[in-house]
Design a protein. Structure first.
Length: 585
């Protein structure tokens, strides 16, 4: 667990389901000891893994403590509020939200959309001067991470401008001084990465989820906050920049600020869609100016990873677009220098020898191409991709569902085959799932020959080849039993049958043993002989006990009689036997 990164894994809660790996668009997940951890050198912080994790093991770094500390350290701390706040708090007056933020301790609240308007002006100017070619937007930090890590050959197509957030930070520093503290609040996790990379501009990045938690902890109800004349956005409200959270909003803003720009505008949202869109663009001669607005989140920032899912995308767009307006000065020059350089940070790509890859596939039980199901259960689209992950230390063999199933079946079958008694498993239709040869031999007749032709007898009708077993096996399906034992006569043989439930109503098992066999009879004779010996010994012990007890009682009675006789007077008038006669003198 690396809780210093914007996204990390709480290992104790990870249930090795690999759902995050299946959903991750760049497979930035490493599975070690059945725990799926985010790989910081591969992650683009889109937040997909956070949203799909069924047990909440993928966590977003909690920066509330830093924000509280910043409020204590600096006299003026301004909130840079993402324009998607209107979709997050759809029926809330902005003034109430501003007042609630001031209650938390912030000095002022400003719209990040002001920085977006500066970016739009800079983009319009660059497109007008740049000439034909392909230009990628840099408004989304996740997209920039994607390009610099996985599509380094397309870095020249990036506009080379700051994101709207960083542009807003520069604007606030120019307006209120470089010592002002700035805290961003929005739906994006990747903004935390921007705060880490540009501490000179942005102090802390919080999510809407962080804000709701903070308000709850302070007991502040933003819907009932009083408002005053001071509860307004500073230095002013946004206009066309408010469109940025919607898909195509940036293109609309640029178009409204560059009336003379002859460019073709396109929008692609969602990592898979935009990756498919930019494929094959490098090296192609594009005769016109082509600007691509690229957004990591499907539908735009209103669907950011930490945005509320209270309503659908159309309603979110409606909330945002209804508050946007045209710029007052559509053709003005950008007020700030927003130039930025994006450096490549490519994800390592490995080349594996065919022998090594074949060995890794064999560890997954893939001995030939036909074994490669490419089912995607492990999270990778192809078995070979999982094999590559094994070689690179990013995966484990037990991630392969089919391999683990076959392994479990092989172990079960080996155990069944090695048992000295006949064993059979049947489904709810009494069709044999698996049996060992001993079972076939116990039934006798043609069954062993059929078993040799089809080992395991899979699919055979148990009731047909052994009608005597129908009733006990049916009972085992109808009611859950740990062990139902009975003796079944088949011809001149007596079979001892034990039926047990594997899956109630679905799978039942049985163990069959011929108790007429000499070895079994010898065992029964030995058991009976041992039982007779045990009983005889017990009887002898009881007799000895009784004899000892009777002898003791007889001895006591005789001693009592003897004593009485000695003390009694003589019938002839003389002294008692034990008394001495007086001596004569």
């Amino acid at each position: 667990m690396n809780s210093q990164m914007p996204i990390y894994t709480e290992k104790a809660r990870c249930q090795d389901c690999y759902k995050c790996l299946r959903a991750c668009p760049v497979k930035a997940i490493q599975v070690v000891d059945d725990s799926a951890a985010v790989m910081p050198d591969r992650c683009i912080y889109c937040g997909t893994c956070v949203n799909v994790c069924p047990v909440g093991a993928k966590k977003v770094r909690d920066d509330l403590g830093q924000a509280r500390l910043l409020l204590k350290r600096k006299a003026k701390v301004v909130v840079s509020l993402a324009p998607s706040f209107r979709a997050e708090f759809p029926d809330l007056e902005p003034s109430r939200l501003i007042h609630a933020l001031k209650e938390l301790g912030f000095w002022a609240v400003s719209e990040t959309a002001l920085g977006a308007e500066e970016v739009s002006a800079a983009c319009a100017q660059a497109l007008a001067k740049g000439g034909p070619g392909v230009y990628f937007s840099t408004a989304c930090p996740t997209v920039v991470e994607l390009i610099r890590r996985y599509h380094c050959d397309q870095i020249p197509s990036l506009m080379g401008l700051m994101s709207p957030l960083l542009a807003h930070c520069k604007l606030l520093q120019r307006e209120y001084g470089e010592e002002v503290g700035i805290v961003f609040i929005g739906p994006c996790i990747a903004k935390k990465l921007e705060a880490d990379a540009h501490p000179d501009l942005l102090d802390v990045a919080l999510t809407f989820a962080d804000l709701r938690q903070w308000l709850d902890e302070r007991g502040i109800d933003e819907t009932s906050e009083p408002v005053g004349e001071a509860d307004v956005f500073l230095p002013r409200g946004a206009r066309d920049g408010a469109r940025y959270p919607t898909e195509g909003g940036m293109n609309q803003s640029i178009a409204s600020r560059g009336k003379g720009v002859d460019a073709t505008f396109m929008t692609f949202s969602g990592i898979p869609s935009l990756q498919a869109a930019i494929q094959d663009l490098p090296g192609r001669a594009i005769p016109q100016t082509l600007f691509l607005e690229l957004l990591a989140c499907q539908g735009g920032c209103v669907n950011g990873p930490q945005a509320s899912k209270a309503c659908g995308t159309a309603l979110k767009w409606l909330q945002v677009m209804s508050h946007a307006s045209e710029p007052e000065e559509p053709l003005r020059e950008p007020a700030l220098s927003l130039a930025a350089v994006t450096s490549a940070h490519p994800v390592p790509r490995f080349s594996h020898a065919p022998e090594a890859l074949a060995g890794a596939l064999l560890r997954l039980g893939k001995a030939c191409p036909e074994d490669e199901l490419n089912c995607g259960g492990c999270g990778y689209d192809r078995c070979r991709h999982l094999a590559e992950a094994l070689l690179e230390g990013r995966g484990e063999p037990n991630m392969c569902v089919s391999h683990m199933r076959n392994l479990a079946m092989d172990k079960a079958n080996a155990l069944i085959r090695s048992m000295p008694a006949g064993v059979v498993l049947a489904d709810e239709r009494l069709a044999i799932i698996e049996c060992n040869r001993r079972f076939a031999e116990t039934l006798g007749g043609d069954v062993p020959d059929i078993f040799d032709a089809k080992p395991g007898l899979g699919g055979a009708d148990l009731a047909r080849i052994a009608p005597e077993l129908r009733a006990p096996f049916t009972k085992g399906l109808e009611q859950t039993v740990d062990a139902l034992r009975k003796e079944v006569r088949m011809g001149d043989r007596i079979l001892r049958l034990t039926v047990f439930t594997v899956q109630p109503g679905r799978v039942v098992g049985g163990i069959l043993q011929d108790i007429t066999e000499p070895a079994v009879r010898r065992e029964q004779v030995l058991q009976q002989a041992q039982e007779v010996i045990r009983k005889n010994v017990s009887t002898v012990q009881q007799i000895a006990f009784l004899l000892g007890e009777n002898a003791a009682e007889t001895e006591m009675m005789l001693e009592s009689l003897s004593s009485s006789f000695r003390l009694a007077p003589s019938p002839l008038g003389g002294p008692a036997p034990d008394e001495e006669a007086p001596r004569e003198h």
